[in-house]
Design a protein around this ligand. Structure first.
Ligand SMILES: [Zn+2]
Length: 488
């Protein structure tokens, strides 16, 4: 398999250092607020990467941290007059609740920064003793950026260009404006720990260096996060870890793209911030997960309810097919007849294409395209009267069900009971579009009655009423089936 490496700016063949074992670290959230759709994307992306590496037979150790000491947490705690711990615990719990809904598995280890204070202090001391960092009289510790010759190698920045934009803020005792804080002297009303430089607390970047070194073997096979973390956060992690410990910090740097809202950058100031909870009020969590996977992880993803509708229609199409497969498998297959070779061949090719897409830098968008290819193939088989009741069809549909299990294992979607999720999606859309489900059911009963009485004019007029309500009716062997035609 090949993975795009931000460090080398190209796709490279991925082989773990130890055959069959992968150590992966992804930067987690700063726990001071509810998670937004950008967090959801990053969490789903690295969840799928971990799942796929496992599917390929690796034993994956996935570490994702929680930042539980930070200016934003302290500010919020002071606003609410509670402890920082209370804030971070509240939002870690909210993160888990949201991610459980999105079927994001827990990481194998979810370390919290405050559990690694000793390790961070040790790392600072090591950097000071090697001349890569210095403590100031007031008790801050800074990393001496110019002492690390390779600084800028991940983000492609040149230290000399950065220099011009950087300023030393009043009160900072930096040697050079480029230097960044490893450790900060505690201000009043801040949590602090006793350390060799007085009372203080960690800067943000140092925690990931400490927690990855402690929990995984360096170099990490994969280090990941959102694109916004490339600079300065990941650049600083590299500087700290490589300067302190020598050697390479991480072999593959994997970054997911941004999420835009209605083609605009998401920001609190624009007021277009979408939390996961905002979205799940009106949408099914699997529809959101499916939407997040509908684009390649490095591409920007434009969120709007209209783009989400398109993704949801795709999800419905897959589940409708799975419902048909399930009901077809209940029927009798009492006649001998092998499935035609060309159908089996096409099925094998599409299955392989799905895996090839995942091997090509986890291209879930292309992989889902092949899922739809299989859905079309299955629908063709189910509609073919000559194949009905034949044991070859049964064997084929069983293989399809096994394939769906593989998709679920890798992508974390398509594992729900088709009838249940289709009903839930329809109810959510009815609610969103102010369609009264009971009213629809009543109209359908009247239409059935009219048809029985051969009053076709009335039956047609009821259908027109339903169409005007965005309700589409189909007459099937199992009676009237309705769906909502939503345009978004
Ligand atoms: Zn980090």
């Amino acid at each position: 398999m090949h993975i795009y490496n931000t460090m080398t700016k190209k796709k490279e063949k991925f082989v773990p250092q130890v055959a069959g074992r992968v150590g992966m670290y992804a930067c987690g959230i700063t726990a001071y607020d509810l998670c937004h759709i950008g967090h959801a994307r990053s969490a789903v992306v690295f969840d799928v990467i971990a799942r796929y590496l496992e599917f390929k037979g690796n034993q994956v150790t996935f570490v994702r941290n929680f930042t539980d000491v930070d200016d934003k947490i302290i500010n919020r705690a002071n606003q609410e007059n509670v402890s920082s711990k209370e804030i971070s615990e509240r939002y870690i719990a909210a993160f888990h609740e949201d991610m459980d809904k999105l079927n994001v598995r827990r990481a194998d280890m979810e370390p919290k920064a405050t559990d690694y204070i000793g390790e961070m202090i040790e790392l600072c001391e090591k950097l000071i003793s090697k001349g890569h960092a210095y403590a100031t009289p007031s008790g801050d510790v800074y990393f001496r950026v110019r002492s690390f010759k390779e600084y800028g190698k991940l983000s492609g920045r040149d230290v000399n260009d950065m220099r011009s934009g950087a300023r030393i803020q009043p009160g900072e005792e930096k040697e050079d404006p480029l230097d960044f804080a490893l450790w900060k002297a505690a201000k009043p009303n801040e949590p602090y720990w006793e350390c060799p430089w007085g009372k203080g607390r960690p800067g943000w970047h140092i925690e990931c260096s400490a927690m990855s070194e402690k929990n995984l073997k360096l170099p990490l096979d994969i280090h990941g996060g959102g694109q916004d973390l490339i600079f300065p956060h990941h650049e600083n992690e590299i500087a700290q870890s490589e300067a302190a410990l020598g050697g390479e910090f991480a072999r593959f740097w994997v970054h997911n793209g941004f999420v835009q809202i209605d083609s605009e950058k998401m920001s609190k100031s624009l007021g277009n911030f979408k939390t996961i909870r905002d979205i799940l009020e009106a949408r099914h969590p699997e529809a959101l997960r499916f939407f997040l996977l509908s684009k390649h992880y490095r591409s920007p993803l434009d969120f709007s309810f209209a783009t989400m509708d398109d993704a949801e229609k795709g999800l419905v199409r897959v589940y409708e097919c799975l419902a048909e497969v399930r009901s077809a498998l209940q029927k009798d297959f009492n006649k001998k007849m092998a499935m035609p070779e060309e159908i089996l061949k096409e099925f094998q090719e599409l299955k392989q294409a799905f895996l090839d897409a995942m091997d090509d830098d986890f291209n879930t968008a292309a992989a889902l395209g092949h899922v739809f290819g299989i859905v079309r193939l299955v629908n063709r088989v189910l509609e073919d009267k000559t194949l009905r009741g034949k044991d070859g069809t049964k064997a084929f549909l069983e293989q399809v069900s096994a394939e769906v299990n593989i998709w679920s294992q890798i992508l974390g979607v398509f594992a729900l009971e088709p009838a249940d999720i289709l009903l839930e999606l329809r109810n959510l859309n009815a609610k969103r579009m102010n369609i009264d489900v009971q009213n629809v059911e009543d109209l359908l009963a009247q239409r059935l009655e009219a048809k029985k009485n051969k009053d076709f004019a009335k039956a047609d007029s009821i259908r027109d009423t339903l169409t005007a309500m965005h309700v589409e009716v189909r007459d099937t062997q199992n009676g009237q089936v309705w769906a909502i035609n939503y345009t978004g």
